[in-house]
Design a protein around this ligand. Structure first.
Ligand code: PBG
Length: 338
């Protein structure tokens, strides 16, 4: 007996059965709208000083700070897996952090040495992205220079331009301003062009929110304690806003950004969708440290199936319109997709 008559749908109701195409795997694959691929992944890595040093980050189980030699090995894994790019973040030694952030413009600082090592080893087989912001170098943990307790814009932008130049000189392919100062994309673009780096890209952290989800990252780079009770609300965006995100993106694109980013990721999928639909520009999203921590911790407890939530969360970014995702799960996802 057919299910239809058994269920009493004698009048042919329902006319449309959306379950029909879901019945078999071949059919589900045929009607699938989005796919996640290794080409969508950017892998953020944390760098520390030393040789053969691997140091766990308590709030990011499975993510370590690596000395440059181990960073080179990790990037080798990324190359082998086909991950298109890595983003390098320095955990600067506390003694090098100062109010004026001089270490940010030291051409031999940790991140510049790491970029040189990676580029010497792999050349153009993988892209290297570096943040431009002062928080890895500031004794106060803020992304810019402090004057009377306020992060000043224009003086900070001058420093960011110098920081971008030392990173480009080291071989960085993509400069990613993550500071949220006004006018920084245009200023950095001009500085790069004037220095001859016309092909160094800018990936702007365009819609970056003042988010509590950055907590584990600040532990990872050692800026949490320096920031103390402080926050970044005078420059990062209010989580209540999304029209403002479009204005940020519009400005960054007008100032010469090659691609834009929304950050954090999962709580801001609506913003990803609006940005992609409005501008049609290359749009990235950052599944940030706190998002990683939530999923990784629940998986550690056996409360979530790690592999499945990793792929589902990354697919959600594609569905929202993102072209790619910065994610601490990049290596795991690449292996699962491989
Ligand atoms: C630095 C920066 C932050 C992140 C990326 N670049 C932290 C912050 O703005 O406080 C967060 C990334 C993450 O949480 O994974 N400006």
């Amino acid at each position: 007996m057919s299910e239809r008559s058994a269920e009493g749908f004698a009048n042919g109701f329902p006319q449309t059965r959306l379950r029909r195409v879901r019945r078999h795997d071949w059919s589900r694959r045929l009607v699938r709208e989005q796919t996640l691929s290794v080409n969508d992944l950017i892998w953020p890595l944390f760098i520390r000083e030393g040789d053969r040093q691997r140091e766990a980050i308590a709030s990011m189980p499975g993510v370590d700070r690596l000395s440059i030699d181990l960073i080179v090995e990790a990037v080798g894994e990324a190359v082998a897996l086909g991950i298109p790019a890595v983003a390098l973040f320095p955990a600067t030694e506390a003694k090098l952090k100062t109010p004026e952030c001089e270490e940010a413009i030291n051409a031999n600082n940790l991140v510049c040495r790491a970029v040189r090592a990676v580029k010497q080893t792999y050349g153009d087989r993988i892209g290297v992205i570096c943040d431009v912001a002062l928080d890895p170098y500031s004794s106060h943990g803020q992304d810019g220079l402090l004057r009377d307790g306020y992060v000043v814009n224009d003086e900070t932008v001058s420093m960011l331009c110098r920081q971008a130049i030392v990173q480009a000189e080291a071989g960085c392919d993509v400069i990613a301003p993550s500071d949220m100062m006004d006018g920084r994309v245009g200023a950095v673009r001009r500085a790069l062009d004037d220095a001859g780096f016309i092909d160094v890209q800018i990936m702007a952290y365009a819609a970056k929110y003042a988010s509590a989800f950055y907590g584990p990252f600040r532990e990872a780079v050692g800026s949490a304690a320096n920031l103390g009770g402080g926050d970044k609300r005078t420059y990062q965006m209010d989580p209540a806003n999304s029209d403002e995100a479009l204005r940020e993106v519009a400005l960054d694109l007008a100032e010469g950004a090659d691609s834009v980013m929304v950050k954090p990721g999962m709580p801001y999928l609506d913003v990803v969708r609006r940005v992609k639909e409005t501008f049609g520009a290359p749009t990235f999203v950052y599944q940030v440290s706190g998002e990683y921590a939530m999923l990784a911790a629940a998986a550690q407890h056996g409360w979530l199936d790690r592999d499945r939530v990793v792929l589902e969360s990354l697919l959600s970014f594609k569905r929202a319109g993102a072209d790619g995702v910065l994610t601490y799960f990049a290596r795991d996802a690449a292996r699962l997709l491989g």
